[in-house]
Design a binder for this molecule. Structure first.
Ligand SMILES: C[S@@+](CC[C@H](N)C(=O)[O-])C[C@H]1O[C@@H](n2cnc3c(N)ncnc32)[C@H](O)[C@@H]1O
Length: 431
């Protein structure tokens, strides 16, 4: 009898628990459903997404732990706090199951026309590809975007890792894609730009001709279609948007994703939002958004950023690397055969010789086309002022007319047209 009563009591208890649980889920659905947009929610994204009514997201971007097997730690300028999050796992199987469970839910919350982007690196890209192919279908894989950045560091015995991946899948074949073009490379000539092309019978690209054999011109082409390799700089230590969150991503990178794959008013979701870089980009670009993070500190820093969303607009991020390559193309041309390192982002110096001459660094500047010789000399001398004794070389462009130049500093400044011969002259004059 008592066993029977215990059984009945337990059933009533279970029933009560189930009812309470259901009520909690309904309340969560109503509150989360209403409150989600424009907010940052604290919690495991699995629990939060499971408790929500279907969200119909247009774009989900996740930058989850990468299976680095590390504790990520960094401090912020907002508080004295050190931010951290854990990325340690017992096996890649555990990691895969954890991610699969969450990505399945994200797939459920995507609109039929929606897209999902997974940010990862070589530690886990192979795991994510399998999970994503299973959930989205191989046919809905669109691109593996390679984010390339410059980083200077002495790594151990391996190539310096300078890229990460953003895996892009869509829920169906109907999706948003705004075609984007980049400028042609500086070596593209006007003819290549204007002349119409088609394919010959061997499928080779040839210029289109009219019946009299004249080449047909067309409107200027829009440029080179954007590829899946994106050169976007890492945040520099002084960037205004940097908040000191470990692995914080540049808003510029997030904006690129939104610009190409979403529209104003779309709902953007970041379920591992960290310091909220994607949410900041979404807010700046008039998208609806919400983020989730399991760390209290992350939620608070993301909320703070959203109160006053900022994006770094440094010279470097505005111009991208190709700008520097253009200057460098001229310098490289002049310095063929000279063993030197090219210097970027310095107003006065373009290159430095890899070996010193008589224990002095040798700095090089190429005179610009719109620059007087005196200005070129002044520029290099100003730039080396704090660099100790040096030898400075200004390579003259073809436009100086015997202009008289007065070096202003005690450093040696040489004006030359042919650098390899000049270097041997400088060396012998210092013997
Ligand atoms: C790589 S960071 C994201 C960085 C972010 N993109 C930024 O720019 O600041 C990964 C974030 O995922 C959070 N996280 C880890 N597991 C989570 C989970 N199950 N649900 C929600 N957030 C989680 C961590 O707290 C961490 O903030």
């Amino acid at each position: 009898m008592s066993i029977f009563l215990h059984f009945i009591n337990k059933k009533i208890c279970d029933f009560k628990n189930i009812i309470l649980q259901k009520i909690a889920i309904i309340i969560n659905k109503i509150t989360l459903g209403k409150m989600a947009e424009g907010s940052v929610i604290l919690g495991d994204c699995f629990d939060v997404l499971a408790a929500m009514g279907q969200r119909e997201a247009d774009l989900i971007y996740l930058d989850p732990p990468f299976f680095t097997q590390k504790e990520h730690k960094l401090s912020t300028r907002f508080t004295e706090k050190t931010f951290s999050f854990s990325d340690t796992w017992s096996s890649n199987y555990e990691f895969a199951l954890y991610m699969q469970k969450r990505i399945k839910l994200m797939h459920f919350h995507l609109k039929e026309t929606g897209a999902l982007f997974v940010h990862c690196d070589t530690n886990s890209n192979y795991i994510f590809r399998i999970i994503l192919n299973n959930i989205f279908g191989k046919e809905n894989f669109r691109s593996e975007i390679i984010w390339v950045y410059k980083r200077w560091s002495n790594t151990s015995k391996k190539l310096l890792p300078n890229h990460q991946y953003i895996l892009y899948y869509t829920k169906s074949h109907n999706y948003t894609f705004h075609k984007t073009y980049l400028d042609y490379s500086p070596t593209t000539n006007l003819d290549q730009n204007l002349q119409k092309r088609n394919r010959d019978n061997r499928n080779k690209s040839v210029y289109t001709k009219d019946k009299d054999g004249n080449i047909i011109l067309e409107n200027v082409k829009k440029g080179v279609p954007l590829s899946d390799v994106w050169h976007i700089p890492l945040l520099n230590p002084k960037a205004v948007e940097r908040v000191g969150y470990p692995t914080q991503k540049p808003v510029l990178l997030m904006e690129n994703i939104l610009k190409i794959f979403s529209n104003e008013g779309d709902l953007i979701v970041d379920p591992f939002c960290g310091s909220g870089s994607m949410l900041v980009a979404a807010k700046l670009m008039n998208r609806e958004y919400f983020g989730i993070d399991s760390s209290k500190e992350a939620v608070s820093v993301a909320q703070k950023r959203l109160d006053e969303p900022k994006k770094t607009t440094s010279f470097l991020t505005k111009r991208d690397y190709t700008f520097y390559n253009n200057i460098n193309d001229m310098i490289r041309h002049k310095l063929v055969g000279v063993d030197c390192n090219f210097i970027r982002r310095n107003k006065g110096i373009d290159a430095i010789l890899k070996t010193q001459i008589k224990s002095k660094n040798v700095f090089i500047r190429l005179q610009r086309h719109n620059e007087s010789v005196q200005s070129a000399v002044d520029a290099i001398e100003k730039a080396v002022a704090s660099k100790g004794g040096s030898i400075n070389i200004v390579i003259l462009s073809d436009i100086n007319n015997g202009e008289f130049v007065k070096p202003r500093t005690k450093e040696l400044t040489y004006l030359i047209e042919d650098i390899p011969t000049m270097i041997s002259k400088i060396t012998s004059s210092l013997e």
